[in-house]
Design a protein around this ligand. Structure first.
Ligand SMILES: CC(C)(COP(=O)(O)OP(=O)(O)OC[C@H]1O[C@@H](n2cnc3c(N)ncnc32)[C@H](O)[C@@H]1OP(=O)(O)O)[C@@H](O)C(=O)NCCC(=O)NCCS
Length: 303
């Protein structure tokens, strides 16, 4: 039996989190393509570890990103990190998004009496804004690519990016007009191979589900084959299938359902709430989930 505790990650957790993530994705075809042997500078997975650490340290300073760890006590090793996740919060209110087709970018001020000219002006403004944004994005991408380390296969990274965009495009209708930038998303989740199947992944995922409920918004996730059962069991729906650098990928979606918060879900995703709470299945109950904000840990006892 393991006592599992969840808390926000801290700077000192970064090396363990990076190691966990590298180990969790070691066999992933996608990661093999992005970090090929031929480009390695340091021995083993050292390049990847350092890259992950730098990325996580930067991420910890980003107020829109949320890093979490799950800890347990290991015999002879003391407290260890057995799982970690990175969540992205919805974009802030001043976010400008291309998908917001209904955005009234000029606040209605340009609308003519019959609406015709106003719509034309709006369209021209919108397309000018889009092309400016596209140029800015291209410049930004160029800068980001130039900053990437030499051991990362840049063309693989671009391909991976394109494939994700394809998957998102395929799923467009499933979003029912909701802007994905206004939803929560789980960027990555990794559980130590020795501690899988005991609820660590669920703890890390439920944290975001509760946040999304509080924000009255949904969640979308690009899932690996290993993540499928985890998200399904928590009530996510698979809305599209694609591949990224040879690895199958699935877009999982969960809309906000008023009155069906993470507190009330049965957690098996079949929608027939049995009223015993999402965290109680399999006899695993969170003992204390208060105080996560102020750094205290949520505890779950897993069989
Ligand atoms: C995916 C991953 C995070 C799951 O973490 P976990 O702690 O093992 O998940 P949980 O114990 O909370 O289990 C969640 C569900 O997945 C199922 N599950 C866990 N391991 C499984 C396995 N090896 N095969 C099939 N199902 C499995 C559990 O049974 C549970 O479903 P249930 O409630 O229907 O029984 C973990 O396997 C992992 O780190 N994989 C490598 C990295 C990765 O692919 N991350 C996902 C990116 S989207």
């Amino acid at each position: 039996m393991h006592s599992l505790r969840l808390r926000p990650a801290r700077d000192e957790d970064v090396p363990a989190m990076a190691a966990l993530e590298v180990a969790a994705f070691l066999d992933s075809p996608m990661h093999k393509a992005m970090f090929p042997q031929r480009l390695r500078i340091k021995p083993g997975v050292q390049d990847q570890l350092e890259w992950n650490m730098a990325r996580m340290r930067k991420g910890l300073a980003d107020p829109n990103l949320h890093y979490l760890v799950v800890l347990t006590d290991a015999p002879g090793r003391g407290e260890i990190i057995v799982g970690c996740a990175e969540w992205s919060a919805p974009a802030k209110d001043d976010y400008n998004d291309d998908d917001d087709d209904d955005d009234d970018i000029d606040g209605g001020g340009m609308r003519d009496r019959d609406g015709t000219e106003g719509v034309g002006v709006r369209r021209r403004r919108r397309s000018r804004r889009k092309s400016e944004e596209e140029q800015e994005r291209a410049r930004d991408l160029e800068l980001r690519m130039a900053r990437l380390p030499p051991f990362l296969d840049k063309s693989a990274l671009l391909d991976a990016n394109d494939e994700v965009m394809e998957l998102i495009e395929k799923s467009k209708d499933a979003f029912r007009g909701q802007n994905r930038h206004r939803m929560w998303t789980l960027n990555s989740i990794s559980v130590d191979g020795d501690y899988r199947g005991i609820g660590v992944g669920k703890m890390l995922t439920r944290w975001g589900m509760e946040r999304a409920d509080r924000d009255r918004t949904g969640i979308w996730i690009i899932s690996s084959p290993l993540g499928l059962q985890l998200y399904r069991s928590l009530g996510f729906t698979q809305v599209a299938e694609g591949s990224r650098l040879g690895e199958p990928q699935y877009l999982m979606l969960k809309f906000y359902e008023p009155g069906v918060g993470a507190e009330h879900r049965n957690g098996n995703g079949n929608g027939n709430g049995n009223g015993n709470g999402g965290r109680q299945e399999d006899g695993k109950g969170i003992e204390d989930e208060k105080g996560i904000e102020d750094g205290k840990a949520a505890k779950v006892v897993a069989a």
